[in-house]
Design a protein around this ligand. Structure first.
Ligand code: A5P
Length: 235
């Protein structure tokens, strides 16, 4: 099974979790994109869903497939948000922000009664930081100083696209902070948040109610009360 097929299957499994009607938070990234397309198919068949997108890319796609979007200002009464992730640890903490959307994703996640994360098995690790750096969104003002301050916790690299710093949908820059395996995710998140100039980190601590993992053998559902450590996927 290709990675794309795995992502498609995870997205399809998330569709089965949706209430019959309601407000859905729409994540960002390639897996969330497949989910949005499938929500669009339901809407085309008459389902009454409205949605809150977490990025301009998700907004564009959702509009194109006919999903009614709520105003950005909030507040929203979100029943469930479905989003991807870059890395998932055994406690279902997440690294997000590979697509530079983690600030809006975190806001929508916090506004949602239930959060479902859809990933393929390559995203699983024992400890966050084993596979991915932590994306840290920072204000452009004094970003070199902020980046320097981040070096206390790892190796920060300003994210660049096309020869220039990548500007997020919220108008900021991103430093990808290579930390190595993180011993205490909540503590690191709190410490990073205290650095002036930091807008948001890509660490999502205990923010997943269900993680749907697509594996060659099928789809596995992980919940905080069913830790993965009992049924390890890989050594
Ligand atoms: C967007 O900023 C990210 O948080 C994405 O949710 C994450 O990068 C997962 O993307 P893929 O589904 O494309 O791997």
């Amino acid at each position: 099974m290709s990675v794309d097929e795995a992502k498609h299957r995870a997205a399809a499994a998330a569709i089965l979790e949706l209430p019959p009607t309601g407000v859905i938070g729409l994540g960002s990234g390639s897996t969330a994109r497949l989910f949005i397309e499938q929500v669009g198919e339901l809407v085309a068949k008459g389902s009454d869903y409205r949605a809150v997108p977490t990025s301009e890319a998700s907004r564009t796609l959702a509009s194109a497939v006919g999903i009614t979007l709520l105003p950005d200002e909030g507040p929203w009464n979100i029943d469930v948000t479905v989003d991807g992730a870059d890395e998932v640890d055994v406690d279902l903490n997440l690294i997000k922000g590979g697509g530079a959307a983690h600030t809006r994703e975190k806001i929508v996640n916090f506004a949602s009664r239930r959060n479902i994360i859809i990933v393929d098995a390559s995203k699983l690790s024992k400890r966050l930081g084993e596979k991915w750096p932590v994306p840290v969104e920072v204000l452009r003002f004094a970003h070199l100083s902020t980046g320097q301050a981040l070096s206390r916790w790892g190796k920060p690299t300003l994210r660049v696209r096309g020869g220039a710093p990548l500007v997020t949908d919220t108008g900021n820059y991103i430093y990808d902070l290579a930390t190595g395996p993180i011993a205490d995710v909540a503590a690191l998140d709190s410490e990073l948040q205290r650095v002036p100039g930091v807008v948001e980190t890509g660490l999502f601590v205990a923010r997943a109610d269900l993680v749907i993992v697509s594996e060659p053998e099928g789809v596995r559902r992980l919940t905080p009360r069913d830790p993965r450590v009992k049924t390890p996927v890989s050594p």
